[in-house]
Design a protein around this ligand. Structure first.
Ligand code: F6P
Length: 359
């Protein structure tokens, strides 16, 4: 048996732990393992395909990033190509990719990625490829699994930022607005904001109003607490009903979300007269060593993916449904993305602790 492993989409702490566990558990079955570099680029002649041996995956479980590298532009069904006049078009290179995989003797693939990569995996399965998915994203927005690896590390990084902002905010009587990642999901903001004792948490799933945010800040001010921490998810819809986007994305890339913290800080300062500062935490949330939780989950996912290949569970994704790792059909996972439930106990707990959601 020869299998291949690919990592696609934005990186997440824990990817290397999945690669290591999937590789070692495949090798121990007597299989051979190939690593496809940069998503599927390695199968399109745009990058390499490398052997994954025990030596190649030694000592990587604690490292952030991915030894296979990754891209969020490598969709073989929608591959960006530049025309001679400089404009961009996209072409379907999936048949070429499948043919190249066949020529390399690849009999099955483990695709590690978020919703975008899983959607590509499903389309390849529909064309006859034998693929098992592993859910990866710091955003935690993949359905069918209680958690994705990378999320816990991102939350930890955001909590550390809040802890540090608390002391400087208090020293200056300032409002500090921290923007965290998550695209259209508010999990990072909710978990970090609640754990870091933020005063206001704004998430895409709960529409908020500026006057409510300012009221929460001023109520705190009147009670003698002259500083405040506002944690805002990058995808939170602003007071004009819009998602804040950062400039142009490259061809083949999803629109880049971000920038709401600066606008919000400016608006709060104008309305309340309080001095405000903004911080966009950005890609710090994706970097660094995975936490113990993420390493543990990623390692379990890696071995479970190999097991799913052995059982021929094509078109399935490994998932955490505590306390077990299970497999679920990718098609079902893709039906709806996972979002924060506004009635979830974490939201109710935050409210009970006096945290405002600006609603
Ligand atoms: O999906 C993971 C994520 O980190 C999002 O939270 C964020 O919006 C996006 O990726 C950033 O992507 P890029 O690496 O292209 O800037």
């Amino acid at each position: 048996m020869r299998i291949a492993i690919s990592t696609g989409g934005g990186d997440a702490p824990g990817l290397n732990a999945v690669i290591r566990a999937a590789t070692l558990s495949a090798l121990s079955r007597g299989w051979s393992v190939l690593g496809i570099k940069r998503g599927y680029y390695g199968l399109l002649g745009e990058d390499e395909v490398v052997p994954l041996t025990a030596e190649a995956v030694r000592g990587i479980a604690h490292q952030g990033g991915t030894i296979l590298r990754t891209t969020n532009r490598g969709n073989p069904f929608d591959f960006p190509v530049q025309r001679p006049d400089g404009s961009w078009a996209s072409i379907d290179r999936s048949d070429e990719m499948i043919e190249n995989a066949r020529n390399l003797g690849i009999q099955a693939m483990i695709s590690i990625g978020g919703d975008g990569s899983l959607a590509i995996a499903q389309k390849l399965v529909d064309k006859g490829m034998r693929i098992v998915g592993v859910p990866k994203t710091i955003d935690n927005d993949v359905s069918g699994t209680i958690a994705t690896f990378g999320f816990d590390t991102a939350v930890q990084t955001a909590i550390e930022a809040i802890d540090k902002l608390q002391t400087t905010a208090e020293s200056h009587d300032r409002v500090l607005v921290l923007e965290v990642m998550g695209r259209e999901a508010g999990f990072i903001a909710l978990h970090a904001g609640l754990s870091g004792s933020a005063d206001v948490i704004l998430i895409p799933e709960i529409p908020w109003r500026l006057d409510q945010v300012c009221e929460a800040v001023m109520e705190r001010d009147r009670s003698g607490r002259k500083f405040a921490i506002v944690v805002v998810a990058e995808g939170a819809i602003d007071e004009h009903g819009e998602t804040s986007l950062i400039g142009e994305s490259l061809p083949g890339q999803a629109p880049r979300i971000g920038g709401i913290a600066h606008r919000l800080a400016k608006s709060i300062q104008q309305r309340t007269g309080k001095e405000c500062r903004a911080l966009v935490l950005g890609h710090l949330q994706r970097g660094g060593m995975p936490t113990g939780y993420d390493r543990f989950l990623a390692t379990r996912f890696g071995a479970a993916a190999t097991q799913a290949v052995a059982e021929g569970k094509w078109g399935h994704m490994v998932a955490l449904q505590s306390p077990h790792i299970v497999t679920v059909p990718i098609r079902e996972v893709l039906r709806a993305p996972k979002r924060v439930d506004p009635t979830h106990d974490a939201v109710l707990t935050a409210r009970a602790c006096g945290i405002s959601f600006g609603d």
